[in-house]
Write a protein that binds this ligand. Structure first.
Ligand SMILES: C[C@@H](CNC(=O)c1ccc(S(N)(=O)=O)cc1)Cn1ccc2ccccc21
Ligand SMILES: [Zn+2]
Length: 262
């Protein structure tokens, strides 16, 4: 329920919009220079508490596919880590490449991953709905998880199986009882965190990024199904494969990336 109201056509990765938000000094994504990150002993463990029953639908919005959660109550929440307030899960989505050689938005010492998961939450202590929080500094918290090609991810398969039903932009299907916690790595205590932005328009500088150090594994075939999605709607005559839906990296501009581990 957190982004279905907007026509997201402006979000097509080939969008001709500014590559850097005007006056933006905390833009995302970035390269995480491990040796330049600063260990912060005050960072707490992250405590996600997700209820699979809040999973509602999956849709192709023309820049990725979103798995949306009912965020009208505090049923699927994220607390702890660098966060002072309670945040509500509203959706998760991915970014990926046309080949396994690239696809992630963030990198670690310039290392690229074939894909990256983003779990999007908004500050329900300070704001009453997502659209409000998205415009406010630190209104959002996004968990980033890198994907590597390896063994098949059993939990992801339920999602992969429904993707053909949302092949075209603006297609939506009901999708229920999916536990997003199954997509988190076994270790969520080790992460980097920094102040950043949305990586698609409106590029608002509202995001506390929490990037997991440990990746998850998905199979080559599972990622290939992501690439079978289309940027284009059923009516358009020229169909374009949904690949390379990542933003170019932005400069750190003096920001510090903190780590929860030494
Ligand atoms: C926030 C947009 C919708 N976009 C998102 O919700 C969103 C969420 C996470 C990421 S990421 N990749 O950083 O995790 C990117 C986008 C709606 N919306 C609200 C106002 C608005 C104005 C123009 C266009 C769209 C607009
Ligand atoms: Zn994203």
């Amino acid at each position: 329920a957190c982004s279905s109201k907007y026509v997201l056509s402006a979000l097509h990765p080939m969008w001709q919009g500014p590559l850097v938000a005007p006056g933006g000094n905390r833009q995302s994504p970035i390269d995480i220079r491990v040796r330049k990150s600063v260990f912060d002993p005050h960072l707490k463990p992250l405590t996600p508490d997700y209820d699979p029953r809040t999973c509602s639908q999956i849709w192709n919005n023309g820049y990725s596919f979103l798995v949306e959660y009912d965020d009208t109550t505090d049923k699927s929440t994220l607390k702890g880590g660098p966060l002072e307030d309670n945040f509500r899960l509203c959706q998760f989505h991915f970014h990926w490449g046309e080949s396994n050689a690239w696809g992630s938005e963030h990198t670690v010492d310039r290392r690229l991953f074939p894909a990256e998961l983003h779990m999007v939450h908004w500050n329900s202590d300070k704001y009453s709905r997502f659209e409000e929080a998205v415009m406010e500094e630190n209104g959002l918290a996004v968990i980033g998880v890198f994907l590597k090609i390896g063994k098949r991810h059993e939990g992801l398969q339920k999602l992969v199986d429904v993707l053909p039903a949302v092949r075209h932009k603006d297609s939506v299907v009901e999708f229920t009882r999916f536990d997003p916690a199954c997509l988190l790595p076994s270790n969520i205590d080790d992460y980097w965190t920094y102040a950043g932005s949305l990586t698609t328009p409106p590029l608002t500088e509202a995001v506390t990024w929490i990037i997991m150090k440990q990746h998850i594994e998905v199979s080559h075939d599972q990622l290939a199904v992501f690439r079978s999605l289309l940027f284009t709607s059923a009516e358009e005559e020229v169909q374009k494969s949904m690949v390379n839906n990542f933003r170019v990296q932005q400069s750190l501009q003096g920001r510090t990336v903190r780590s929860s581990f030494t």
